[in-house]
Design a protein around this ligand. Sequence first.
Ligand code: FES
Length: 146
Amino acid sequence: MGTTKICKVSLRGGDEVEVCLDLGQDGEILSSTLTGIGGPQLLSLLSEWRGKLKGRLTEVALPSGTTSADMMIRELLLKVRGEWKPPYTDEELCHCRSVPTKIVEQAIVMGADSPEIVSRWTSASTACGTCRKDVEALVAYRKKCA
Ligand code: FES
């Protein structure tokens, strides 16, 4: 008897991808269903994902790039394997500017590849600077290649 794993990955602006993986007894990915709410960019990401979800779940190579699709596939695979351990998990990251962690993460996935750009896009870490190390840690974690 196989299992089904469902995982959600969010994008900036409320776009969201839900991935449903049906796994065989040996962990082989039998089928994948990807659904999303969003525009053309999301549809393009979904088609990029599809071809990479093959073989045994534990043996699917983590993408080594830093495109949005690479980061999202990495997040998906690590989540369904139970290995997703981001360095900061509180709901709000920047208390001075009331910036939720989710907004910072979405900015990174959508291309904010340095703490400076994250600050520009989200206003996180633009006051006292206490949260700067958490922004840096999240950027590094999201960009980390296996
Ligand atoms: S907590 Fe983010 S700038 Fe102060």
